[in-house]
Design a protein around this ligand. Structure first.
Ligand code: ABU
Length: 571
């Protein structure tokens, strides 16, 4: 009974050890019960509530903050409820995001990290974690295929930040004066990325003052791979307009199709034009650990920098993302500002281990320990088996979909091949292996689904805000920036007036079938037995994207997902 105990009774209070032990043990019991439940197929992925319901408070669970301290009994109830109303991302039937699953060793690593509660900026306060980071980064360089003398890097908060680093480094490599003199000291730059690449490349250009309009978007083929011949001609075209091309992003595992750009072809073009080649392998990086599947990333060793998120395909708990840089010392040169209160040059140890000045942050979370511990626990072979299992699930889904008449594949042709198929050339497409599979709309269900009654949009969490946009555009591709007007740039553009139309029907002629996936998803969330994301893409109306990164997911879960989508669509 913790009803008479408060946080002030825990350590460092005198005699606080017993209460602390019992409190933490009770918390562990709650977490264990949650983990076991998360893995039970009979339990829900989500006990979904709309924002207003959670804000109003549910069965004693209140988000409001008290003036007087709550007792520990209440805090334990709050912990239970927080998990109860959250999403069980470790559930075998959670297919919604690229980061799924719950690795117990990774969890232990995260607990230890929080217990250590230190910062990654200097060796003096994180000696062990700094050396672990060095070891893991070296391992990743070797796996990429860089020479022993090459390789640098840093863990940072997510793939977007890793990609931002890559653009920053490429620009500094070409124009070091930009660090001190800013953009006015350098010419107008251009960078290149595919239409299916992650939006963080445009965001990086915007954040770094290059301008999102100077990101030149290269078309993709039907499978979502960059058409490299168009990259070449776009570079020439940009040069003829007086822009200075400096950077190409190639994606290894695009966010929606899981497509792999032709890295060697892109590397050839980058070499010909003297451009920095970055590979965004945030999603696909894990495949480097698979002897069977790493063939899809041939050419990655020619990259100047690589983004790789172990928190995706490798199943490391969020967050764990690396920016890997071939040229040693560049991160430090680009970012260091030598703050004297942290990075004193006259310390008693080798100050190159004070890696914090490589970063654009000051404080940096310890993301390395859980990955290091998982690598120890599984070995590289364990990660390989895990990645192969995910791809086997993807292949299973493909074959199931081919046999069902109530689903339609988003693009024709085999989406997942084993290495064997590739070696023997049984398919016409030599590089057809995306990691994510796309369960398309069950279009025949369309007439059976009633038109939703328009609701106040602030109550419906699944419906995007009514920003009018052409529905045929991919959501990851920002709308074209309006041409500069006479307005001062600091004056925000007027927000389009909200209408009273349901956001799904804003477009007077929505493409047929576009509301099927959102309607199924809305029902799926309310029932809560599985979760999968959808999106439109280019000329394709909303379709489901099925992600496999959870080692707990088995074939029966794939079967369940398909039957559940079909059931919800028929209701
Ligand atoms: N680019 C971050 C991951 C997004 C996703 O889970 O779909």
């Amino acid at each position: 009974d913790f009803s008479c105990i408060h946080s002030k009774d825990l350590l460092p209070a005198e005699e606080g050890e017993e209460a602390t032990k019992h409190f933490l043990q009770e918390l562990v019991n709650i977490l264990l019960a949650y983990i076991s439940k998360s893995l039970k197929r009979s339990s829900k992925v989500v006990d979904f509530h709309y924002p207003h319901q959670l804000k109003e408070g549910l069965e004693g669970f209140s988000l409001e903050l008290p003036d007087q301290p709550d007792n520990l009994e209440q805090l334990l109830v709050d912990c239970r409820d927080t998990l109860k109303y959250g999403v069980k991302t470790g559930h075998p039937r959670y297919f919604n995001q690229l980061s799924t699953g719950l690795d117990i060793i990774g969890l232990a690593g995260e607990w230890l990290t929080s217990t250590a509660n230190t910062n990654m900026f200097t060796y003096e306060i994180s000696p062990v974690f700094i050396l672990m980071e060095e070891v893991v980064l070296r391992k990743m360089h070797t796996i990429i295929g860089w020479q022993k003398e090459d390789g640098d890097g840093i863990f940072c908060p997510g793939g977007t930040m890793s990609n931002l680093y890559s653009v920053l480094l490429a620009r500094f490599h070409l124009f070091p004066a930009v660090k001190t003199h800013g953009m006015s000291a350098i010419p107008r730059l251009a960078l290149f990325t595919s239409a299916h690449s992650h939006y963080s490349i445009k965001k990086s250009a915007a954040v770094l003052g290059i301008g999102s309009e100077n990101v030149i978007v290269i078309r993709c083929d039907e499978r979502g791979k960059m058409i490299s011949s168009e990259l070449n001609s776009s570079i020439d075209a940009a040069k003829s307009k007086g822009l200075v091309p400096f950077y190409v992003n190639a994606t290894a595992g695009t966010t929606v199709y899981g497509a792999f750009d032709p890295l060697n072809e892109i590397a050839d073009i980058c070499e010909r034009h003297g451009l920095w080649m970055h590979v965004d392998a945030a999603w696909g990086g894990g495949l480097l650990l698979s002897n069977k599947h790493r063939v899809k990333m041939q050419g990655i060793e020619r990259a100047h920098s690589v983004t790789w998120n172990p928190h995706k395909m490798m199943g490391v708990p969020l967050q764990c993302s690396a920016i890997l840089v071939k040229r040693k010392g560049l991160l430090q040169e680009c970012n260091q500002l030598c703050a004297e209160y942290l990075f004193q040059p006259d310390k008693a140890y080798d100050v190159t281990y004070d890696t914090g000045d490589k970063s654009i942050q000051c404080g940096r979370h310890v993301d390395i320990f859980k990955l290091w511990l998982m690598w120890k626990a599984k070995g590289s072979e364990g990660f390989e088996a895990q990645v192969n299992h995910c791809l086997e699930n993807a292949e299973y889904l493909y074959y199931k979909l081919k046999r069902r008449t109530d689903f339609q594949l988003v693009f024709k042709g085999k989406m997942v091949l084993t290495a064997e198929h590739e070696i023997h050339g049984e398919e016409s497409d030599p590089d057809p292996t995306p990691l994510t599979l796309h369960i398309p709309k069950p279009t025949h269900l369309h007439p059976l689904i009633p038109k939703p009654t328009p609701k106040p949009t602030h109550l419906h969490p699944l419906i995007p805000k009514p920003t009018p946009k052409p529905t045929h555009l991919h959501p990851l591709i920002p709308k074209p920036t309006p041409k500069p007007t006479h307005l001062h740039p600091l004056i925000p553009k007027p927000t389009p007036k909200p209408t009273n139309l349901h956001p799904l029907y804003l477009d007077p002629t929505p493409p047929p079938g576009s509301h099927v996936a959102p309607k199924i998803k809305a029902k799926m969330m309310e029932e809560g037995f599985t979760m999968i994301g959808y999106q439109p893409l280019e000329d394709k109306v909303n379709f489901f994207r099925c992600v496999f990164s959870n080692p707990a997911t088995q074939r029966e879960d794939v079967d369940f997902l398909l039957d559940e989508i079909a059931r919800l669509g028929c209701e």
